[in-house]
Design a protein around this ligand. Structure first.
Ligand SMILES: Nc1ncnc2c1ncn2[C@@H]1O[C@H](COP(=O)(O)OP(=O)(O)OP(=O)(O)O)[C@@H](O)[C@H]1O
Ligand SMILES: [Mg+2]
Length: 291
């Protein structure tokens, strides 16, 4: 009965007009383990959607699927209405989907600026043709690339610009995480996927990262945020999706999700739920007070 209902819901999931990214019945199995099961998901331009769930719930696997690193076992992925299921990561990047990784993946022995330039060049079309023909980039292309790279670095206040010509590995840990975001942004994505961007940061660094992420979100940039810190995800997201054992067990506004019984049982725990509710009340009070 439950299975029949599940199949029906997948069959009924239709293409959402206006969605930047949509998945329909997205599933990934590793042998007997269904790491991601039958996920219907959508995000619109300018939205921030939080993805939460216990360790091993399938959050990073979901990102690996929608960036083309893993091929789905079943289901479909649409970017701006185009079916991109099973496409390679470079195709998805060019379609506007960029990401950071749960574990930092930078070119540690390259400068901060060069790391951002790598992000930029992944989408520069004439450069791609140049690569094929083995032509060096033109001076104009190089100047334009640097201009864009510094434009991105400046979004991070004074965290990255002063270190532009230092090696990535010499940055403080929190700044290396920010550099990952900068590199992803340099490809001018429409959708940015952040996999635990504040993990390992202290409260002050976390606060700073939140402010920067809020600043880079725009009408043209949607963000999916995987995050274990509830105050971060509840405070930033327009909508929250909850995964557990690969399945979507809840979806809604931060308030809806943190009062959902299934979510409390699977993840939040009653104490954390109370803390999140108090945080939302404070935010509402501040908003009412016009701050
Ligand atoms: N390449 C793989 N091969 C086999 N199993 C995998 C692979 N990648 C992920 N898994 C398994 O899939 C499940 C989901 O893992 P995933 O990394 O997506 O979880 P997560 O929600 O990101 O967890 P965390 O919060 O700890 O980062 C886990 O059981 C994991 O062991
Ligand atoms: Mg993960």
């Amino acid at each position: 009965m439950a299975v029949a209902r599940e199949r029906l819901s997948t069959a009924q999931a239709t293409v959402q007009p206006g969605a930047l990214l949509q998945t329909i019945g997205l599933t990934k199995s590793f042998g007997g383990l269904a790491a991601v099961q039958n996920i219907d998901f959508h995000i619109s331009p300018g939205e921030i959607v939080g993805v939460i769930g216990p360790n091993g719930a399938g959050k990073s696997t979901f990102f690996n699927l929608i960036t083309g690193l893993y091929k789905p076992t079943r289901g479909r992925i649409l970017v701006a209405g185009q079916d991109v299921t099973g496409k390679r990561p470079d195709i998805l990047l060019r379609a506007g989907v960029a990401r950071t990784f749960q574990n930092i993946r930078l070119f540690q022995n390259m400068t901060v600026l060069d790391n951002v330039l790598v992000g930029y060049h992944t989408r520069l079309k004439s450069r791609l043709v140049g690569d094929i023909l083995k032509l060096p980039p033109t001076r104009r292309e190089e100047r334009e690339a640097e201009r864009r790279a510094f434009e991105v670095l400046r979004l991070f206040d004074d965290r990255l610009v002063p270190h532009s010509y230092e090696l990535a590995r010499n940055l403080a840990y929190a700044d290396r995480r920010l550099l990952e975001i900068a590199r992803a942004l340099a490809s001018s994505p429409k959708l940015l996927l952040l996999d635990e961007p504040t993990v390992g940061m202290n409260p002050a660094e976390t606060e700073n990262a939140i402010r920067i992420i809020a600043k880079i979100r725009s009408a043209d940039l949607a963000i999916i945020l995987i995050e274990h810190k509830l105050n971060v995800v509840m405070g930033m997201s327009n909508r929250v999706v909850v995964l557990d054992y690969g399945e979507k067990i809840a979806e809604g506004t931060p308030r809806e999700v943190q009062t959902n019984e299934k979510v409390i049982e699977a993840y939040l725990g009653r104490k954390a739920a109370a803390q999140a509710a108090a945080m939302l009340d404070r935010r509402d009070a501040l908003e009412e007070a016009g701050q």
